[in-house]
Design a protein. Structure first.
Length: 165
């Protein structure tokens, strides 16, 4: 009987980037990594407080994040906070990825992201998939905010009410 030789292992060659211009992805930005770390800390804090947590802790954390913002985002966030509390008192304040957010049954319904957080030219007010905003096959979930006028406040108030029904 002839002795079988082990099959040679194929040597791996370094793969060249398939992206245009051979640019490699740099992964997450420092701001994105910071937001993920904040979220991990939020989850740990929520776990320590229990399943429902303390409403006052969530409120103070959201207000602290708003206070850290630069103007004009701080003023917009404060006005949005008041508007959301008036439009949907059932929503509880909390932080979510380091942003002020508003939740129902522990799940985030809407949030505010300052322009400065990700070095954007506008702030963002958005809704999660927990919001009841479904309208046909397509509907908006995030809005760019450069300023908050009475017209925007009225529209946001109506959307928040719709989101929690």
């Amino acid at each position: 009987m002839a002795e079988k030789k082990p099959a040679k292992k194929a040597t791996k060659k370094s793969a060249k980037s398939t992206s245009p211009n051979n640019k490699k992805s740099k992964g997450f930005t420092n701001d994105e990594r910071a937001a993920m770390k904040e979220r991990a800390q939020e989850l740990k804090a929520e776990a320590r407080r229990g399943s429902h947590g303390d409403q006052a802790d969530g409120e103070s954390a959201a207000l602290a994040k708003i206070a850290e913002m630069q103007e004009p985002d701080r003023a917009m966030a404060n006005r949005l906070h008041s508007l959301i509390k008036a439009s949907a008192p059932a929503l509880l304040s909390k932080t979510w990825y380091g942003m002020p957010a508003y939740a129902k049954d522990g799940k985030v319904v809407c949030f505010f992201q300052s322009a400065h957080k990700f070095k954007s030219r506008y702030a963002t007010f958005g809704f999660s998939d927990e919001a009841n905003l479904d309208e046909g096959a397509m509907w908006p979930t995030c809005f760019a905010l450069k300023e908050l006028t009475t017209a925007e406040e009225a529209r946001i108030g109506a959307l928040v009410k719709k989101a929690v029904r």
